[in-house]
Design a protein around this ligand. Structure first.
Ligand code: MSP
Length: 650
């Protein structure tokens, strides 16, 4: 019997070509690449799609500003994205452009079908239009008379347009979201969409008069109009698969993950899902809305002029260091302030000291003690603890992929790096070499260390493909990582004895303090100039007033303390594990003088959940507890009665 092929599909948003790519665009694309590579390692046939969004007002305006034809502009800019993805080692299977014939034809076909089925109708319309966002808003949507999304000015427009009957799918969509936990992640974003759907859902204006916007796909049933850029762009996810009749049989639909930034969740969760319903396709299995990279708390964007140029970063730090940093530093789903200082910190500690050093020392020991040949282990039955650690670690990593918990995956892999370094230290090969019986054990230790490195390189491959390949090369293993696959981690001993290692250059050279200072001085980023550790000050008077929007940026959550322990050498600090419903956070709190650890277990507290993690006494703290300082006595804020964990506090 033929075993059916396992198939998996993943997409990024298609990026506007109104300007060159920045690190925010690279973030989504790298995140998708990691999953695509991981699934291939797991034996799946993967379809990984990215592309460029080339129509609409923004793109037309950008071309006009340059004084060139829009087609010439998009041809130039889409290449900038393609080139950047090559630099970042992105393994996309296709790249779709909305100006391609295959896409335009499918958009036209879909429009005609929906029009024929009376899912699209013409009406006169008056509304407030936000040109940068290319969206209509009603009077009640506006915030202080401005666009509720980008806060910029809107203009009143009255015209005839075509509408897609989106409103009729509101109940279906609500039910679909409620009965599919993982359809929208993270949960906080899912709740936002459900909140949005509590208000009546109107129909969607899907056309723009040609005289106002000539740059778009013409409506097949009315020459005077072009297609609204979002209706056009969302269809890219299926137009890459060919004509409508073919899509169902590709095995790649529904898409497993649409990755996107939180700014475009509504368009995907609401517009795209209802469009698919009308066309007769199932919605994607998962929409994951990640957070933004910010600079001093502001979204990085070309229009604000605060972007980080990805090519410069790659020139300075190398591709894999950037891939690693972006996914390790901030939990996928939360915002993160970009800092070169933090990047250098990660390179030096995680990459150079931990991983790079492990490879180097292993290479030099195999060279010195075994003449550059991976030895045959003297016993295959020893070191069960190490083997179990790898077994459990690999299983844990595989589970974490289900929730796209990139930072935790890397954290878990680095526990294996630490375990291997510790295994070397505990066994001290430099002592074993001194005696005959020691030499017997040495062969086993060096073999196992090589096998650990092989396993680690397979596990880091989705994140750092080039470095993983270099590690394999240095181990002298010629079988490609894809061919070895995750399967080869199921049993210990995939490394062959008797092969010759090829020690090479240091994988991640340390950036010394002088160089780091030079780099930081040459960088304009305000975060690096005045980066201070997060702190809070006790203020007696009332602080300056803030707007409600600013207050709402602070994500306060209820959490239950499930573990508490003192931090060695600190009088004030306790290390806590706090369950906030969607995840367990490690929090360091300065409450040791007022609370005993045991007293805290099962207590419900309020956590600032979107505070940038900091290290206190070398321990990472992923949030801050709310408490009052009552004449030197710290009192934790709490509730009566107690709400469930993860409830938002306002
Ligand atoms: N063209 C639309 C998407 C259509 S998808 C059918 C669009 N393009 S965009 O170029 O403006 O942004 C696309 C995506 O880039 C965002 O959703 C997000 O994934 C990513 N990012 C852009 N700026 C970002 C940050 N500052 N930080 C993180 N990601 C960001 O919207």
């Amino acid at each position: 019997m033929k075993i059916p092929e396992k198939k998996f599909s993943i997409t990024t948003p298609i990026y506007y070509v109104n300007d060159v790519p920045h690190i925010g665009h690279a973030y989504t694309t790298i995140a998708a690449d990691v999953i695509a590579r991981y699934k291939r390692l797991d034996g799946y046939k993967v379809f990984f799609l990215t592309g460029t969004d080339e129509h609409g007002q923004k793109v037309l305006q950008a071309a006009r500003d340059l004084g060139i034809e829009p087609q010439e502009h998009v041809d130039q800019l889409h290449n900038r994205f393609k080139e950047l993805w090559t630099r970042f080692n992105i393994s996309n299977d296709d790249f779709i452009r909305t100006t391609e014939k295959r896409h335009q034809t499918l958009v036209s076909d879909i429009l005609q079908q929906l029009y024929d089925r009376k899912e699209i109708y013409k009406d006169s319309y008056e509304g407030w239009y936000c040109t940068p966002d290319e969206r209509f808003w009603t009077e009640k949507d506006l915030v202080n008379g401005n666009c509720p999304e980008c806060k910029r000015k809107v203009e009143k427009i009255q015209e005839h347009n075509y509408f897609f009957k989106m409103g009729q799918y509101q109940d279906w969509l609500k039910k679909h979201i409620k009965s599919n936990d993982k359809f929208i992640q993270p949960t906080s974003r899912r709740n936002e969409v459900l909140g949005f759907l509590e208000k009546p859902l109107g129909d969607l204006c899907i056309s723009r008069p040609k005289e106002r916007l000539p740059w778009g796909i013409p409506l097949p049933f009315d020459e005077g109009y072009v297609t609204y850029v979002w209706f056009d762009a969302l269809i890219n996810y299926i137009s890459a698969h060919g004509p409508l009749e073919k899509i169902g049989s590709t095995g790649f639909w529904p898409v497993n993950h649409h990755l996107l930034g939180k700014d475009i969740l509504t368009t995907h969760a609401v517009y795209w899902s209802t469009m698919l319903k009308a066309i007769g396709f199932d919605p994607a299995l998962n929409l994951f809305a990640h957070g933004w990279w910010t600079i001093n708390g502001h979204k990085m964007s070309k229009s604000v002029g605060n972007t980080v140029e990805p090519n410069l970063l790659v020139d300075q730090f190398g591709v894999d260091a950037i891939r690693y940093f972006l996914l390790r530093e901030v939990p996928f789903g939360l915002d993160g302030d970009f800092s070169h200082k933090a990047l250098i910190g990660r390179i030096n500690s995680d990459l150079a000291n931990n991983l790079g050093n492990l490879l180097n020392r292993t290479m030099s020991m195999i060279k010195r003690y075994h003449d550059q040949i991976i030895p045959e282990p003297n016993s295959r039955d020893e070191d069960d603890d190490l083997k179990n650690e790898f077994q459990m670690g690999t299983e844990a990593v595989q589970k974490l992929y289900d929730d796209l918990a990139y930072n935790k995956i890397l954290e878990r892999i680095w526990l294996l790096v630490d375990a291997t370094n510790k295994y070397i230290d505990t066994n001290s090969p430099w002592n074993l070499i001194k005696t005959e019986s020691g030499k017997q054990r040495l062969a086993t230790v060096m073999y196992n260390t090589a096998e650990c490195i092989r396993s680690i390189s397979i596990l880091i491959y989705p994140f750092m493909p080039k470095s993983a390949e270099t590690m394999m090369e240095q181990l002298g293993i010629e079988t490609s990582i894809d061919e070895q696959g995750l399967e080869s981690l199921k049993t210990w001993g995939g490394t062959k004895s008797g092969i010759k290692i090829r020690p090479g250059l240091q994988l991640f050279p340390r950036i010394d303090d002088k160089d780091a200072e030079k780099i930081l001085n040459s960088i304009e980023s305000p975060n690096d100039k005045d980066q201070k550790p997060s702190s809070h000050t006790e203020i007696e008077g009332i602080c300056d007033q803030v707007l409600i929007d600013d207050f709402m940026k602070i994500d306060l959550r209820t959490g239950k303390i499930i573990e508490a322990e003192k931090i060695k050498k600190s009088k004030k600090l306790l290390k806590l594990k706090v369950d906030i419903g969607t995840e367990v956070r490690q929090v360091v709190a300065g409450i040791a003088e007022c609370y005993e650890p045991d007293q805290l277990i099962n207590r419900t507290i309020i956590l600032v959940a979107n505070l940038k993690p900091v290290k206190l006494m070398g321990v990472e703290s992923q949030g801050m507890l709310l408490a009052a300082n009552n004449n030197g006595q710290v009192v934790l804020a709490g509730f009566d009665p107690t709400p469930r964990q993860g409830t938002r506090v306002r």
